[in-house]
Design a protein around this ligand. Structure first.
Ligand SMILES: [Zn+2]
Length: 490
């Protein structure tokens, strides 16, 4: 919902990279032990020595042991991890690169992600027809589907297979499937032992099943549990944000406590699920601090495309608070009539809506992702509980900050001797601003702050729960302020 304007600071990225390079190396070595007890002992000794080393309470003998047994295992930043069989990515890029650097610039990553999505959906229990349907969904240019004839074709000049043929067991159909199988081997970088062999669907599935381990397990150096709690807290805190970027409703806070180090109430969300895209389980670009509700209860394993908070927010959509029955928006009258002691009565008459204010230049994909976020995080629904906050803000603006009230308030402040004696008042060009000729000493914007108090704008949206809601309401109400003023002076 709100764009995160910060990125992990350089010092933090460096610390994280070095910690991970060491842990990945040590973990790789540990996995070579055949004896589980030996392995446990090896890892336990590592964590003891590492702690002592970091806290600088290590003896010379232990230091030698640590350096000779463990530190030498540390991977180089340019160590290459292989994915999709033979495509390389360096650990430094994978662990600390931005999303753009990893997804846009590393050869094969987009293919890898497509394949991950495919494999997530694909199950070896699928029929040939279902397999082709998925293949078409992911590679529509290669696997062509003719909806009218209900037939599939591999590229333009190959034989076509109809869906009803696929359900039969004819030998000719089996043969026509082979180009699809080879295409799949190709994108997944699976090399079948015999490249001229004709496959039955069952044989094909067996090869894929075996190779799946290869496609993904080549990345078995990358494991989320290599991150310590302490490191996770530090990472989350280093972004310096105070509020969940997905919902903008919950505070996420960090604090430091002696001995326990940095703590945080934030969850670490994997923007790209680690079960679907195991390669990104330790990538900084994939870590989004979020509240627990958004991370586990809302997002879960939902695959709907949502806004990527480091790159985009939903600025084109604005919150409006409006009467439920599209009747007159006479909020002030309603408020006075409800005698203020029954706020629920008033809230029940209003609703919050997200209004699309995008224009022709707005990227359609961006709008789709906004709607994805609304759906996944149930934004339209959960925000209905905040009608009261919106109404409160609207009343303040319509009653206190419009019409004559602001003028009287300013005059009163002046009478009380509160003002800026020596400064020349610069009034806004707004014709309803407190005029200079009245010798009022506060400018329009100063009076606004005095009357409305804290005003949400810019980065504050991120720092304050409901920051976006409040700033959208404020902006809209201020745009209507002129008409309230006119109404007041009628
Ligand atoms: Zn949230």
């Amino acid at each position: 919902m709100i764009r995160i304007k910060s990125w992990f600071p350089e010092k933090m990225r460096y610390e994280y990279l070095n910690d991970m390079l060491l842990k990945i190396g040590v973990d790789e070595k540990a996995n070579k032990f055949t004896d589980t007890n030996e392995k446990k002992k090896f890892l336990k000794r590592f964590s003891i020595l590492k702690r002592k080393y970091v806290e600088k309470i290590i003896s010379q003998k232990e230091k030698d042991e640590y350096e000779n047994t463990y530190l030498i295992l540390k991977k180089e930043p340019n160590y290459e991890i292989m994915f999709l069989g033979s495509k390389p990515i360096t650990l430094e890029t994978l662990l600390t690169g931005t999303r753009e650097k990893v997804i846009e610039e590393v050869d094969g990553i987009k293919e890898y992600m497509k394949l991950c999505r495919f494999m997530k959906n694909y199950s070896s229990g699928y029929s040939r027809a279902k397999f082709l349907k998925y293949l078409h969904d992911f590679y529509p240019d290669k696997v062509i589907y003719d909806g009218i004839g209900k037939k599939y074709q591999f590229e333009q000049n190959q034989d076509t297979i109809t869906v009803s043929e696929l359900q039969s067991n004819k030998k000719s159909v089996s043969d026509k499937m082979n180009p699809f199988y080879y295409f799949f081997f190709d994108i997944a970088e699976i090399s079948p032992s015999d490249k001229t062999q004709k496959y039955s669907y069952k044989d094909f599935q067996d090869v894929v099943k075996k190779a799946t381990n290869n496609i993904f397990n080549r990345t078995d150096l990358i494991k989320y549990d290599l991150i310590s709690d302490d490191m996770r807290h530090k990472l989350l805190a280093s972004l310096g944000i105070k509020c969940c970027p997905y919902c903008n409703r919950q505070y996420i806070t960090s604090w430091e406590k002696d001995k326990q180090g940095v703590q945080s109430t934030a969850d670490l969300d994997h923007f790209y699920q680690k079960s679907t895209y195991p390669l990104f389980a330790l990538s900084l670009f994939n870590f989004v601090p979020s509240c627990q509700i958004c991370n586990s209860r809302m997002k879960g394993s939902n695959e709907t495309e949502t806004l990527y908070p480091y790159e985009e927010g939903m600025d084109e959509f604005r919150f409006r608070c409006m009467p439920k029955d599209s009747g007159n928006d006479n909020l002030v009258d309603l408020w006075l009539a409800s005698k203020t002691n029954e706020p629920n009565k008033l809230c029940g008459l209003y609703k919050l809506v997200l209004v699309d204010e995008s224009d022709d230049h707005t990227d359609n994909k961006h709008i789709e992702r906004i709607n994805g976020s609304r759906e996944v995080f149930c934004l339209d629904e959960v925000y209905q509980t905040h009608v009261d906050a919106a109404i409160n803000e609207m009343l303040k603006i319509r009653i206190y900050y419009s019409g004559d009230y602001a003028k009287y308030a300013c005059k009163t402040l002046e009478d009380l001797g509160i003002g800026k004696e020596d400064e020349k008042v610069v009034s806004n060009d707004d014709e309803n601003a407190i005029d200079n000729k009245d010798k009022n000493r506060f400018s329009e914007s100063e009076m606004r702050d005095i009357i409305l108090g804290f005003v949400y704008n810019g980065q504050d949206k991120m720092d304050q729960p409901l920051g976006k809601l409040m700033s959208d309401i404020l902006e809209y109400e201020l745009s209507l302020k002129k008409s309230y003023n006119e109404k007041e002076t009628e």
